[in-house]
Design a binder for this molecule. Structure first.
Ligand SMILES: [Zn+2]
Ligand SMILES: [Zn+2]
Length: 333
């Protein structure tokens, strides 16, 4: 029996033919990275390979590392395997990684979504025999509205607050979600303020040519009287903090896929919850899997047991893989 194209180890997803890992969570000599979120791009690897679109954020987060870049679709031979990176539509530069060994093709999805977010290269299905997919939102209850509709809701909320002299404070993860919201905002409504954690990522993405509206970095010196009715973007952890307490009066909101669950909405002490995720919803997961043409699917991160059972009922050879992805973004709670 020939060795599988990829195996699952306690360090991460491993390709024996090339002796490389994909998004490893423990130090290894050679790591292929799907995208810059902290649960996928970790420090301590000997050498890194990622897309040129993901590299600036990875360098911003991890500092001086030995990082080589590839373009989407460019093929690299490593040992007895061939690798290429394909758009995952999750955050700028995010990739699915295609691995081919002796004519057999596996694809590691990383995190992905099918909706266009205005800042990331849109998701492209990649044909394969075996697909390893995330399933963060692998339940039918997760069903995203079209992005334009959510953007309209956010702008309407902001406009109404601004008209009554309130700040609009929105919690969103600093890489991806925050910039996606920025790209969706109507700057004619008023000034847009950003917490330092988000402004740092904005600068990196602007530096690689991703257009974002003008933002004002919130410093202790900033005179809030000069920015009435502003939209204030902050990491979720900053909401309810003394940092957020400066903005008065204010209405608060969260943007997350979890806002689709009423219980989560209630537990979050925000006035509004916008259902917006950087992960695929139920229909998106099913469409992505069908479009790969894969016969075998491994699910990881999220509602794995429900989703695995569902896929098996649909006739897939379906399995569950334990990984250490997730839990670091507000979408991974
Ligand atoms: Zn991610
Ligand atoms: Zn993740």
């Amino acid at each position: 029996m020939k060795a599988p194209v990829l195996t699952f180890t306690d360090r991460g997803i491993y390709c024996p033919a090339a002796d490389v890992y994909i998004d490893p969570w423990k130090p290894v000599e050679r790591a292929l990275i799907t995208h810059g979120h902290a649960d996928h791009a970790r420090g301590g690897m000997g050498r890194y390979l990622a897309t040129e679109g993901a590299a600036p954020v990875i360098r911003h987060r991890l500092g001086e590392i030995d990082l080589e870049t590839v373009r989407y679709g460019e093929s690299r031979a490593v040992g007895g395997a061939r690798f290429s990176f394909h758009p995952a539509g999750h955050v700028p530069g995010s990739a699915q990684i295609r691995v081919e060994v002796g004519g057999e093709v596996w694809v590691v999805s990383g995190d992905y979504k099918l909706e266009h977010d205005g800042i990331s290269t849109p998701f492209e299905p990649v044909a394969c025999h075996t697909f390893i997919t995330e399933c963060t939102f692998g339940l039918p209850v997760f069903n995203w509205a079209p992005p334009g509709e959510v953007a309209g809701d956010i702008n309407a909320w902001w406009r109404a607050n601004a008209a009554e002299g309130r700040f609009s404070i929105c919690g969103a993860y600093s890489l991806g979600k925050a910039q996606r919201i920025l790209a969706a905002l109507d700057p004619l409504i008023g000034p847009i303020l950003c917490h330092g954690a988000i402004e740092g990522t904005n600068a990196v993405l602007r530096g690689q040519g991703i257009p974002l509206p003008d933002t004002i970095y919130v410093t202790p010196e900033l005179d809030l009287k000069s920015v009435p009715g502003a939209f204030v973007l902050a990491p979720p952890s900053a909401l309810g903090s003394t940092w957020a307490g400066r903005f008065r009066p204010a209405s608060t909101a969260f943007a997350s896929g979890w806002m689709a669950l009423r219980g989560v909405r209630r537990r979050r002490s925000a006035d509004r919850g916008f259902v917006m995720s950087d992960h695929a919803d139920w229909a998106g997961l099913n469409r992505a899997i069908a479009e790969t043409g894969a016969e075998r699917v491994f699910v990881t991160h999220g509602y794995t047991s429900v989703f695995q059972r569902y896929l098996a009922e649909q006739g897939y050879d379906a399995g569950i893989v334990e990984t250490e992805f997730g839990e670091d973004t507000e979408d991974g709670e």
